[in-house]
Ligand binder design. Structure first.
Ligand code: UT7
Length: 322
């Protein structure tokens, strides 16, 4: 049986850092509130002249180097993001061209914070069913571009960044299972009220920013992520105690703790980056994976569960032997 296996990881974070103390000067908030309610201490903000493709290219170079692949080896590019450079061409083609990757399928997915999980799951299917040999998968976001910086409910939460992986076929396991889900009935709890075919003229104006009914999102996120994580293990016939690492979406430390508790997993087995990155939406899981791999915690052959939840709502998980 052919498995898909992550052959290399990488991340890129923009230089500029915005701390909770900086935010105290911008809106009525406090470092204490942000830390205790969300776990965030600082977040990175893309420079004015940086767009999502710039962040993606940097993260991809690191992942390609880690996997020992060159641009000619790559035969597919999939990018999860809700903040692409342009409406079209899609960001994956921009990244493909910038990296010198020869002609191949290149496309993006916009499933909010689940973007990377959806993209990785898609790569897994193309490898298993369609003979793809080397897929570049990126989760990237410049979400701070969509923020109303006078809205304390949202401006303290988000950050920018990119995470990338190279996925290749392997006889060794590999990705063991992927589970994806979505339920559009929750669309009004978390959304951005402007897009290419609706109210585009309002984008970036004071009138619109990310709209979120935080506490309602919180409740559904805790319940859904708990269910997603336990289902991934149940379907694979794997006991919770066998899991080496949980690499969760980094939206809120309290959501992460609740999921770990549901899995009976000590927090020592959870990769947490929310304090340094904030919520980077589609970039959060691949960046957290890269952090865990590069600091030596996540080792080859270990059992890793990645999960995410975001606007839509959308959600998903990937269970793998790293
Ligand atoms: O990544 C996609 C999925 N997104 C998520 O999973 C996010 C899920 N939601 C959350 O993480 C949390 O709901 C938030 C962090 C967004 C908010 O935390 P909360 O504990 O649910 O707070 P709340 O919205 O219920 O607000 C509690 C209080 C309110 O004041 P009153 O009405 O009790 O007087 C807010 O006005 O906290 C106030 N508040 C703030 N205070 C200081 C809200 N934002 C702030 C702030 N600083 N930045």
């Amino acid at each position: 049986m052919t498995y898909s296996r992550i052959a290399g990881t990488g991340r890129y974070l923009p230089e500029k850092i915005l701390t909770n103390f900086d935010l105290e000067k911008m809106v009525e908030t406090s470092d204490e509130w942000i830390r205790t309610r969300t776990g965030v201490e600082r977040r990175h903000i893309a420079a004015e002249d940086q767009s999502a493709s710039d962040l993606s290219v940097e993260a991809a170079k690191v992942a390609m180097d880690d996997a020992g692949v060159s641009p000619e080896d790559i035969d597919m590019v999939i990018i999860g993001t809700t903040t692409p450079d342009l409406v079209f061409p899609n960001i994956a083609t921009i990244v493909q061209h910038r990296l010198g990757i020869p002609a191949c399928p290149a496309f993006s997915l916009e499933t909010a914070c689940s973007g990377f999980i959806y993209a990785l799951s898609t790569a897994d299917k193309f490898i298993k069913a369609d003979g793809a040999k080397c897929v570049l998968v990126v989760g990237v976001e410049c979400l701070t571009r969509l923020i109303d910086w006078s809205d304390r409910n949202t401006c303290v939460l988000f950050g920018d960044g990119a995470g990338a992986v190279i996925v290749k076929p392997s006889d060794e396991p590999g990705i063991l299972s992927t589970h994806l889900g979505a339920d559009g009935q929750y669309k009004d709890l978390l959304y951005y009220p402007s897009g290419p075919s609706r109210d585009l003229d309002k984008a970036g104006t004071k009138e619109v920013g990310i709209m979120m009914t935080g506490n309602e999102v919180f409740k559904v996120a805790v319940k859904t992520l708990g269910n997603v994580a336990t289902k991934a293990l149940e379907d694979a016939g794997i006991e919770q105690s066998e899991l080496d690492w949980l690499v969760p979406h980094q939206a809120n430390i309290r959501i992460i703790q609740a999921t770990a508790k549901r899995l009976d997993l000590p927090m020592e087995k959870v990769i947490v980056t929310v304090q340094d990155h904030g919520n980077t939406s589609a970039a959060s899981v691949p960046m957290a994976l890269d952090v865990g791999v590069r600091d030596g915690r996540i080792k080859r052959g270990q059992l890793v569960l990645m999960e995410a939840f975001g606007g839509g709502f959308t959600w998903g998980s990937v269970l793998m032997r790293f």
